[in-house]
Design a protein around this ligand. Structure first.
Ligand code: ZN
Ligand code: MN
Length: 450
């Protein structure tokens, strides 16, 4: 299977690409964020291109390791007839970035273009609030070899876009998915608007094309629509080449030159892309790839980690943040950024662990209390009576009490049911309020029973 993607996501701007209409169309009543320009009324001329939109597209290109085409940028008219586009053409820029790469998938080019309106064929209505909102289009080479690979690539791409702050999220994504198998004709699926949808559409199309080949039927070059409700693809139109779009330069828009200063400024201010950050974390902090991926899964978490490792041993911090912090966050359905946990809190918390002021077990209980808590980790530890590791003689007393009070568990253990020791460990933990070291407890229990 060979698959290439053309992904559209809305760029983050206050106003549209060629007029001053606002871009917060989701909350607005239908056909209110509009003007003659974005309605493509006869005679309405576009305003000069929204520079913020272009700069955002450049930033995305740079984060995806593209070369920036420093020549002149201009807009083309791409013609097609559909009710969402009264002018009969969509304005789309020549490539802004070329030859990029993300997770081993080559990126052919990136350009900016305008969003059409929203047409509902079943009702015959069009809402033009979306018309003219700037989009970034990201075109990959046909390097994707399976539906799973497509899904992983899209997940990572959306993560880069969220990191960049230059584009909106998966909710505004629309992808065209190209697929061919065994070097056969290419089928393009339109209308795929989620990562899950792309995965399902590819799986469906892969099976459909395999079945055709098995029956000796040639796969036609065609455009198909992916229908979310039925999770199938249906034929739209046959064979479509670039020629059919009759591209011409838009004479209403002046060409623009991207200056070296602009690129320098963007390079200085843009966040490091997560896939580049993963590589750096592995090299700089000596942590494994899995930890690096978890720690960079959210920009605020990555920033906090780099703050924390100034004071805490990097591998130790990575392990706790990857396992325990992530566990607590996902249990509470929180992102790190809205957990109320700061880098300072984590430094205090991990510091107590590192200095053995609390046990691992106590740490697990303290971190559970940390989201949206006004108290510091130390205050939480004090309040829960978890500060201080219990001395060995206290643990020994608890071990003896646990053995005495639970003869059945002891008997089971001695008759070969080794797992019953876990029950006794639990009793010791209860008696010491979680302050005993689990490893030490097991050792003491064995010695005393035997
Ligand atoms: Zn407008
Ligand atoms: Mn496009």
């Amino acid at each position: 299977m060979m698959c290439g993607l053309e992904i559209h996501v809305q760029l983050e701007t206050d106003s549209k690409l060629f007029c001053d209409c606002p871009t917060n169309y989701q909350d607005a009543p239908a056909n209110t964020n509009i003007c003659p320009v974005c309605l493509n009324q006869p005679g309405a001329k576009p305003h000069p291109t929204n520079e913020k939109a272009l700069e955002n597209a450049i930033m995305i290109a740079l984060m995806l390791n593209c070369e920036i085409d420093k020549d002149v940028i201009y807009f083309m008219r791409k013609h097609y007839d559909y009710p969402d586009l009264p002018s009969g053409y969509q304005r789309t820029s020549v490539p802004i970035g070329i030859k990029g790469e993300l997770n081993g998938i080559r990126i052919r080019e990136i350009h900016a273009e305008e969003d059409p309106g929203q047409y509902k064929p079943d009702r015959g209505t069009v809402n033009f609030n979306r018309s003219g909102i700037p989009l970034v289009e990201i075109v990959t080479e046909p390097d994707i070899k399976s539906p799973t690979e497509a899904r992983n690539f899209l997940k990572e791409l959306i993560r880069v876009l969220q990191y960049s702050g230059a584009a909106r999220g998966e909710g505004t994504m629309r992808a065209d998915v190209n697929i061919s198998i065994n070097g056969g004709n290419r089928v393009e699926m339109k209308n795929v608007n989620s990562i899950k949808g792309a995965y399902k559409a590819l799986n469906y199309e892969l099976i459909r094309q395999k079945n055709m080949l098995r029956r000796g039927v040639e796969v036609k070059q065609e455009t198909r629509a992916y229908v979310e409700a039925t999770q199938r693809t249906v034929a739209m139109r046959l064979k479509e080449d670039a020629d059919d779009y009759r591209f011409i330069t838009d004479p209403d828009l002046p060409p623009m030159k991207i200056s070296d200063e602009t690129i320098e400024r963007i390079l200085k201010t843009m966040p490091e892309a997560p896939h580049n950050k993963v590589k750096r974390f592995i090299e700089e902090y000596g942590i494994d790839e899995e930890s690096a991926k978890v720690l960079t899964s959210e920009l605020d978490l990555a920033i906090a980690y780099e703050e924390i490792v100034k004071e805490i041993e990097p591998k130790f911090a990575a392990k706790w943040m990857r396992d325990e912090l992530k566990r607590v966050l996902s249990y509470n359905k929180l992102d790190f950024s809205d957990s109320g946990i700061s880098a300072k809190d984590l430094i205090e918390f991990l510091g107590m662990l590192q200095a053995k002021e609390i046990t691992t077990k106590a740490g697990q209980r303290i971190i559970e209390q940390m989201p949206n808590n006004d108290k510091s980790p130390k205050e939480i530890a004090e309040e829960m009576g978890l500060l201080g590791v219990v001395k060995e003689d206290e643990v020994l007393a608890a071990v003896k009490q646990a053995i005495e009070e639970n003869p059945k568990a002891v008997e089971d253990y001695l008759s070969g049911q080794k797992a019953s020791i876990n029950f006794l460990v639990g009793q010791v933990m209860r008696l010491t309020r979680g302050k005993a070291d689990p490893g030490e407890t097991v050792k003491l229990l064995r010695e005393n029973i035997e």
